[in-house]
Every structure is written in structure tokens, then in C-alpha cells.
Ligand binder design. Structure first.
Ligand code: RP5
Length: 291
């Protein structure tokens, strides 16, 4: 095969990979938000696949209303430094969302743009409508194995492995959240200003409800061997463990919320932009992870 054919072939593989990561992210949306929930939540009302869409008739749909006490206790109109909205909904509020226009239900509450979840109210989420998060995906090539690794944390609340992400504080810039959360959870102080944004939008978090959900900005930064050598992760804040983790199908499968799909999106973007510089082994590894 000549050089030109080689290039065309690698561009085809890259675009197939990018498209399949994109497809997986949108198909997997809204599965955990219907089938899983934190222990404090009441059982979710059953929402079959064909009844997710708000436009589909579902007259028997009677989800329980739930708002956690920690949310009520953090009403920012009653408590200085509180991180939650008041329980009363402001009438005709316009919600800013990455998912476009947010429709309101008959009580003036924002409706989850991905459809029914089986629970009304805010659950454990502080804000009505979108709750904004940021997810820093930091990778390296393991100098010994040559395999791709990411800096992952184990969450204290549910023991799931995850990207060291977190919620955007009021008035905070997303790049600042990416850096702050990464530092708080892994102990590593990293400039995220040059990270590549690989996703912005809804995430399939088990805390999501019909009226409150998480939207994230996920950014990827790949560290050179030299920089990565100086990085010594140490769990902090909401993390009980932090480490360089090999990116394998097995490890990704058990990741929290939409994190498997976010990491795959970062890999697809990395593959697309670095095909020329990658070893054959690394290319194979990424292709296998994304197939
Ligand atoms: C996930 O929840 C987001 O992708 C982000 O990683 C995380 C933010 O929530 P906390 O880690 O602050 O609980 O859906």
C-alpha cells in the first residue's frame, strides 16, 4: 500500500472510531438515570424504552417526588454559602443548557431533556434543571508496558472508579473547575488551560431526575513521559483512592455515570489527532478499546 492509501485508510479508521464513540455516548444516555439511583432515593417508577420521550403518552406515570435533606439544608437564600436552589420554583425561569431549550412541566419545573427518569424533584442535586460539572481526563503512556493509562479516582460515595470531576462552583470558569477538582481529588496541580474539550452536554448520572440533571464539560490532556513521571497521585476530598489506571475494556466498563463513554471520546480524539506519531501497538490498543 502506498503512502497516500495508508493515509486514507487511517483517516477512515479515525472517523469510524469517532462516529462510534459519538453514537455510543448518545445511545447510552439516560440508562443509569432510569435504572440506577443512590441508596437515599425512592424506587424509580418504571420507564420502558418507548416511554422515555415526554411526547409519548404515559397516563399511568406517577413518579415519587424526592429532594434530599442535604439539598434543603443548603438553600442559598437561607444559608450563607449554600449550594442549592430554594425549593420554590421561580415562575417562567429560562434555563441555560447545553441541550438547547428546556421545556417546563405543568408545575413550572424544568423537564429533563432526555426524557422521563422515574423520579420527580431534585434528589441529591442542588439546582433545578442543569447542574454543571467538569471532567478532567488526564492520560499518559506507561513507560514500562507502552499502554495508555489515565489518572482515575475511586469515589467515596459509591466506590465506583471515575474521572476526577466535580461540580462547577457558582461564578467559576470551567477551566478553573477542571484544575481545582483535579487537584482536590488527586493531589496533582496541573494546568488544564491547554486541555482539549472533547464533550459538552448531558451525562447519564444515577442522581438525575425528571427536574434536575448533570451536564458536563469534559477535557482531555495527554502528558509526556517526562511530565507524567513527576505526577504522584494522592487521594483527597471525595476520593478514597487515586492512581494511574490502565485503560482496558474491563476497567472502563465499571466506570461511574457516563465516564466510560467520555474516556472513549478522549481516546478517539487522541487517535484522530496523533495517528502519525503513534506506535503500531498503541494504535491497535486504542482501536480495540473503541471497537
Ligand atoms: C458526573 O458527576 C460528572 O461527570 C462528574 O464527574 C460528577 C460530578 O459530581 P460529584 O463528583 O461532584 O459528585 O456525572
Amino acid at each position: 500500500m502506498n503512502r497516500e492509501n495508508n493515509l486514507i485508510e487511517s483517516e477512515n479508521i479515525s472517523s469510524t472510531i469517532t462516529n462510534s464513540a459519538e453514537k455510543e455516548l448518545s445511545e447510552r444516555h439516560h440508562l443509569k438515570a432510569r435504572k440506577e439511583a443512590p441508596a437515599a432515593y425512592p424506587s424509580r417508577y418504571d420507564v420502558p424504552d418507548d416511554k422515555v420521550d415526554w411526547n409519548k403518552e404515559y397516563p399511568e406515570y406517577k413518579p415519587e417526588y424526592f429532594v434530599a435533606q442535604s439539598v434543603l439544608d443548603n438553600d442559598h437564600t437561607k444559608k450563607a454559602g449554600g449550594w442549592a436552589d430554594p425549593e420554590e420554583i421561580p415562575l417562567n425561569k429560562k434555563y441555560i443548557s447545553s441541550e438547547g431549550e428546556i421545556k417546563l412541566d405543568e408545575n413550572g419545573r424544568p423537564r429533563n431533556p432526555k426524557g422521563r427518569t422515574g423520579i420527580e424533584g431534585r434528589g441529591l442535586l442542588g439546582k433545578w434543571g442543569p447542574n454543571f460539572a467538569a471532567d478532567p481526563i488526564v492520560t499518559r503512556i506507561n513507560p514500562g508496558s507502552g499502554g495508555m493509562e489515565m489518572l482515575a479516582i475511586q469515589r467515596k460515595d459509591n466506590k465506583n472508579w471515575a474521572i476526577p470531576g466535580g461540580m462547577v462552583d457558582s461564578g467559576e470558569k470551567v477551566t478553573a473547575t477542571l484544575k481545582r477538582e483535579f487537584l482536590e481529588e488527586t493531589g496533582v496541580d496541573l494546568d488544564m488551560g491547554d486541555a482539549r474539550q472533547i464533550y459538552k452536554g448531558y451525562v447519564d448520572d444515577p442522581r438525575n431526575t425528571d427536574n434536575a440533571w448533570i451536564e458536563t464539560v469534559a477535557s482531555h490532556k495527554h502528558l509526556s513521559t517526562e511530565i507524567a513521571r513527576k505526577v504522584r497521585p494522592q487521594a483527597g476530598d471525595d476520593a478514597q483512592d487515586a492512581r494511574w489506571m490502565p485503560i482496558t475494556k474491563e476497567n472502563l466498563k465499571n466506570f461511574y455515570a457516563s465516564h466510560e463513554e467520555l474516556v472513549k471520546k478522549a481516546l478517539a480524539d487522541f487517535y484522530f489527532n496523533n495517528t502519525g506519531q503513534m506506535s503500531l501497538e498503541l494504535k491497535k490498543q486504542i482501536e480495540l478499546l473503541l471497537e
